[in-house]
Structure formats: structure tokens, C-alpha cells
Design a protein around this ligand. Structure first.
Ligand code: ATP
Ligand code: MG
Length: 321
């Protein structure tokens, strides 16, 4: 069983990524599961090359510092040759109509000038990510389901047209976990690519920054904590974050804190402690350039060794090599 999950370096890793994904990947990942930094996917809209490179390096360090086994981690662009070749083969397996139907493309291209062609074709690159590694399970949220379906369609079509090369993947639902909301806008989810980062706690934020952001978190006019996500999203988000860090149920935790101020301090303490090892581990890795480079190279080599036979077979079968 191979599960594949990725994280896009579209911004600095935030608390929601850690609580909702990285922490779980580190704790529950099976021995053959793979995690990758999808830097090629961060190029479908205007991007800054130097920033992309440094964010990708940072994310690799964060994944390892979060406790994911280094041999299960790689950076997508280190497989650019394999993925480039396979993407082309899969583009020749996919119809224009199938790509143009993707809801994400319609949403992200609407009203935009100069839409990059890659915004249309990126689900095919995603199919290549999945099919290259022979992943049979891809845990994704609702927004990515259609893309995994496309990968499934392309695998089946290729296999029946040219011969069996690809494992047909399945989209699975990740286990329900914490859904962290933006502290300043608690009806919106916390995102690393948010325009305004006032309400976003980054994994690499220093403790005093974290405390400041949590103290400023938007809450309602009440002063006594209660768990009511519908009517009191701000304070409920803080209770959920606290529960994700220290365990327990948000509603029960609410009863322990007499005021918003006391609760916010407790949330800040808990988040600071939760993120401390990740922050310190990431900083240590980013300082040890040689070690990080070694981890990156080893991860790339393993990912290529495991998978390049599929590209060769696919090229051969389509009559190209
Ligand atoms: P972007 O703004 O670029 O979409 P993002 O912060 O939403 O960034 P993704 O790269 O889309 O991050 O997702 C990486 C992983 O983090 C996914 O598994 C996703 O479910 C999880 N994740 C992202 N945001 C949250 C959040 N606020 N709460 C819990 N999990 C989250
Ligand atoms: Mg996202």
C-alpha cells in the first residue's frame, strides 16, 4: 500500500498544515507512504523564482523536523525529468475537454488575464505525480477529488490502450482532523497563501509572535469562553486549537477558563510548545546546509529508483523509446 501526499510551497507552513496534515503524516504514515514538496505546482500562477526555491527548501526541512522519516520525503522538481516525460505521455492520453472541465481551473482562471497554460494542465502533472510513484491511495480534500478521478481515468485508459503500466489510484478521505481557522477571520480556514497573514500562525514564528497573534485573535462580544462554532467562531477556533494541542474536547476545555484572556494565554502556551520542536528542528536543518542537501538528494534518488521504470515502460509502450 502506497499513499502519496503533497504540500505546495505557496507560502510558509502554518499551524493548520501542522495540526491537520504534517503531525498526522509523521505519526500514522505507513512504511511505503510518500510525502513530497510540490514546488512545480506553485508555478501555475505568477511566482518569484528565488522565493519558490527558498520556500521549497524550508518545507522539506519542516517535513523532516515534523518527524516524517527522511527516506519518505522528496522535492517534486528533483524528479522533473521523469515527471516531465510522464506528463507529456499523460497529456497525450487526456482530452482537452477533460482538462477544461476541472472545477479548480474554472474557479482559478475566472476573470484572470494571462492565465498560464499550466493552470489548465496541472491536474495532468498531478496525475503524473501519483502514477509515477504507483500510489494506490491519495488522501485528499473535496477540492482535489476531481483531480484524483482524472488520474484514475488516465491510468485506466493508458493501461487498456497500450498495456498495463500504472496502478489505478483511489482518492481516499483523510481522517477528520482539526480544521484550523484564520485567527483574524475565523470563518475562513487558515492558509499559507492568505493575502493577509495577521491571523495566520506560521510554524517558524517565534514564541512572542505566536502569543501576539493569539492575543489579537478576533472573538465575539462575550467574555466567558464557550464552544459554539456556529455563533462564536473565533473563541471556538481557539478551543479547537487548544484541544488539538493538549487533547480533550473543546466544550469541556471551555469550562476550565474563566475569561477570554486566560484562555488565550493557555492557547498561546500550548501552540508555542506544540510548534517548538518543529521550529527548532527546522532551524537546525536550515543551518546545516550539507545535511539538508544530503537528505534532499537521498530522497530524490530513492523516489527516482523506485519509479523511473514506469516512465521507461510508458514511453516504450506508446512507441516513443
Ligand atoms: P494554500 O493556501 O496554498 O492552499 P494551504 O495552507 O491550504 O495552502 P495546502 O498545501 O493546500 O495548504 O495543504 C497541505 C495540507 O495541509 C493538506 O493536507 C491540507 O488538508 C492541510 N491543511 C491546510 N490548511 C489547513 C487548516 N487550516 N487546517 C487543517 N489542515 C489544513
Ligand atoms: Mg489549500
Amino acid at each position: 500500500m502506497v499513499q502519496l501526499s503533497g504540500i505546495t510551497p505557496s507560502g510558509h507552513v502554518q499551524l493548520g498544515n501542522h495540526l491537520g496534515a504534517l503531525r498526522r503524516w509523521a505519526a500514522e504514515g505507513g512504511p511505503d507512504d510518500l510525502y513530497f514538496v510540490s514546488d512545480l505546482h506553485a508555478m501555475t500562477t505568477a511566482h518569484n523564482p528565488a522565493k519558490l526555491r527558498s520556500l521549497a527548501t524550508e518545507q522539506l526541512a519542516v517535513l523532516v523536523a515534523a518527524g516524517i522519516a527522511p527516506e519518505r520525503v522528496f522535492v517534486q522538481s528533483d524528479l522533473a525529468r521523469e515527471l516531465g516525460a510522464l506528463t507529456w505521455v499523460l497529456e497525450c492520453t487526456c482530452s482537452y475537454g477533460e482538462a477544461a472541465r476541472m472545477i479548480q481551473f474554472k474557479e482559478k482562471s475566472k476573470g484572470q488575464a494571462g492565465v498560464r497554460l499550466s493552470l489548465l494542465t496541472y491536474p495532468v502533472l498531478m496525475a503524473a505525480d501519483i502514477l509515477l510513484q504507483g500510489a494506490d491511495e491519495v488522501p485528499v480534500g473535496e477540492d482535489q477529488r476531481q483531480h484524483v478521478e482524472l488520474a484514475r481515468t488516465l491510468a485506466r485508459r493508458f493501461n487498456s490502450t497500450y498495456g498495463e503500466v500504472f496502478v489505478v489510484p483511489e482518492a481516499t478521505l483523510p481522517p477528520a482532523g482539526a480544521r484550523v481557522k484564520d485567527l483574524a477571520e475565523p470563518t475562513r480556514k487558515m492558509s499559507k497563501s492568505a493575502q493577509d497573514s495577521a491571523g495566520v500562525v506560521f510554524v517558524l514564528d517565534e514564541p512572542d509572535q505566536i502569543r501576539r497573534k493569539i492575543r489579537k485573535a478576533r472573538t465575539d462580544g462575550d467574555s466567558v469562553p464557550a464552544y459554539d462554532p456556529e455563533n462564536r467562531p473565533g473563541i471556538s477556533n481557539l478551543l479547537e486549537i487548544l484541544a488539538a494541542c493538549v487533547g480533550g474536547e473543546p466544550a469541556e476545555l471551555a469550562e476550565k477558563y474563566p475569561s477570554y484572556g486566560v484562555l488565550k494565554d493557555a492557547v498561546a502556551d500550548a501552540v508555542i510548545e506544540e510548534l517548538r520542536p518543529v521550529r527548532e528542528g527546522t532551524r537546525a536543518l536550515l543551518d546545516d546546509v550539507a545535511e539538508l542537501e544530503r537528505v534532499r538528494k537521498a530522497g530524490a534518488e530513492r523516489a527516482i529508483d523506485r519509479s523511473s521504470h514506469r516512465v521507461s515502460a510508458a514511453l516504450r509502450m506508446v512507441g516513443a523509446a
